[in-house]
Design a protein around this ligand. Structure first.
Ligand code: DGL
Length: 275
């Protein structure tokens, strides 16, 4: 038993979709969520920068005493998952493996589409992991404007639909029957994405599957919170406005996030551990 919080992070609000799934499956657990708004968006940035920012945030969470780290960001997972597993003593859960697993078990015709940031799609991680299954044809498409829309709180406008039509046309024409939302911001655009892809295409997002991984790891390592634990959910942002993050969280998620405090991530020693 361990009542310490689970640490979750994303570049911004996207990882809140994962935090929500974790608190739904594990209501007794305390959480600390950090949105790295000082450096968001990660998607268009060089991989070395994303790796540094991400490790700075993870170091901060570890300093805050978390018992597990959840990288609720595909771009960060693509940039530094291995580094993170070598650097920290606490277990590290990420979002790409769970999404891949679900896509493989969901597709019927073997044609799987993946959408994500420029960083995630450019890293080739989804293409490589899905490509291990030789029966699959994988089509990948970067959708950089999607994160801009979500971070601006715009999820249902005509402009979102038009941009979605443009990005998703090649995937629709290729006849994918399963589409992986390879960015934790994209579930906020699920209405538009599903409208464009049509009702026969299954959308796979990593939030609930990642939460199952968190559950599994906590049980197998005997890290579940005790029966008398009083769960606390703490939300932090690295940018210069906690209010802005809170307003956006309210707009996207309702009142689930009650307050946000600012936190500063420090410069890190990249050579610590084997990172
Ligand atoms: N939500 C993040 C992801 O899953 C990244 C968004 C961004 O900062 O570009 O990739």
């Amino acid at each position: 038993m361990n009542d310490a919080p689970i640490g979750i992070f994303d570049s911004g609000v996207g990882g809140l979709t994962v935090a929500r799934a974790i608190s739904a499956q594990l209501p007794s657990e305390s959480l600390i969520y950090i949105g790295d708004t000082a450096h968001s968006p990660y998607g268009p940035k060089p991989i070395a920068d994303v790796r540094r920012y991400s490790l700075e945030v993870l170091d901060t969470l570890v300093d805050e005493g978390v018992k597990m780290l959840v990288i609720a960001c595909n771009t960060a997972s693509a940039a530094m998952l291995r580094d993170a597993r070598e650097r920290y003593d606490v277990p590290v859960v990420e979002v790409i493996g769970p999404a891949v697993r679900t896509a493989v078990s969901t597709t019927r015709n073997g044609r799987v589409g993946v959408i994500g940031t420029v960083g995630t799609i450019g890293s080739g991680v989804y293409q490589d992991m899905l490509g291990v299954d030789e029966r699959l044809t994988v089509l990948a498409q970067a959708c950089p404007r999607f994160v801009e829309f979500v971070e601006a709180g715009v999820t249902g406008s005509r402009e979102v639909l038009e941009v979605a039509e443009e990005y998703l046309a090649p995937l629709r024409e290729a006849g994918v029957d399963t589409l992986v939302l390879g960015c934790t911001h994209y579930p906020f655009l699920e209405g538009a994405i599903s409208y464009v892809m049509g009702p026969d295409v299954s959308l796979v997002s990593s939030d609930t599957e990642t939460a199952k991984d968190v559950y599994r790891q906590l049980v197998s390592r005997d890290l579940l919170a005790g029966p008398d634990a009083e769960p606390r959910h703490v939300y932090e942002a690295t940018g210069d406005s906690a209010d802005e993050f809170l307003r956006l969280a309210h707009r996207l998620m309702g009142r689930e996030v009650s307050s946000v405090r600012l936190v500063q991530t420090g410069a890190i020693d990249l050579l610590k551990g084997n990172a």
